[in-house]
Design a binder for this molecule. Sequence first.
Ligand SMILES: Cc1ncc(COP(=O)(O)O)c(C=O)c1O
Length: 378
Amino acid sequence: MQKLSSRRRTSFLSFQPPAIGPEEIAAVTDTLASGWLTSGPRAAELEARVAELTGARHGVALASGTAALHLSLAGLGIGPGDEVITSPITWPATGNVVVHLGARPVFVDVRDEDLNIDPTLAIAAITPRTKAIMPVDLAGQPADLDPLVATGIPVVEDAAHAIEAEYRGRKVGSIAHATCFSLYATKNVAAGEGGMVTTDDDDLATSIREYRLMRRGDGSLYDIRVAGFKANLSDIHAAIALCQLDKLERHAEIRRRHVEAYDAAVEELPGITPLARDPRDRHSLHLYVVRIDAEVAGADRDAYQRALAEENIGTSIHFLPVHRLTYYRERFPDQPPLPIAEQAGTEVLSLPLSPAHSDGDIADAIDALRRVHAAFTR
Ligand SMILES: Cc1ncc(COP(=O)(O)O)c(C=O)c1O
């Protein structure tokens, strides 16, 4: 066991600061000077770049990851009376978009090792009303996609965390019927806000584009076929995202180094266990999530989070089970318990992880975690 230092960090370590450099600042300035602020050449370039990165036929740039999920389901024609099977361990957006379309989210339990949807349970929950399955690639670990895709039911993958991930040697973004990415401020490609759908389905791509903006007709007239949303991505955001794409591998290398440091540290801290990463896959290392077993670690997750905050270390929680949140409890009172997700919701804690962190920042977070663990297990 490494010797404990007693040094508390003097400044607060943010959980996931964005890694923005002079390239992003120059790209925004250039975009402003170009006179083209809304969706234009940069958004189109981003679509082409993400399609190329993932190997998908289409990339559709949107205002958020939430819009990517929402418009994918809308484009598949999902509506009242339909069911969408999904994971409870996700950001509430994944369930909310189903509700917004008048359909019913059917939450099934997750696997204990990585907290991704259990494909056996997802398949068992299929009914004649099931119109889509929405797995989540939690923390950057791709969900087990093959058995879900094999059902023939459209898979709309929530890959908000997983832009550079690979599943069994195939790029995330080229496997599901539609794959939805987020470009939110903390994500691996951070534009501030933004989202992207990749798909090989020409009709779905057209439909998402129609829902994204009012469809233009020819000449001076316009017409619409669907009541669309205002969910397009501005060129200002696209310009930032393009710079972040250029840095994806460099940032991945920093994340890998930091994850290795965490792995080595938590191995010596009984009761603190990282989520499993499948060696057959490429994990995007978006989040470093540990589970805190209160019996062994001497205190529960909330106590650890408070103690780390006192050490000036920011942490976060990914995620509280969505079906237990007030809206979902009240709206869907017949939702059966999901024991693995519910237990995990009390245990998960995400440690600081961003390419904006230095090795010293991560060493500070590890030092603090060791001190807190030593105090709780004394
Ligand atoms: C798992 C997951 N799904 C969906 C979203 C929604 O993405 P956005 O914030 O870009 O709307 C997020 C996060 O922000 C997320 O973490």
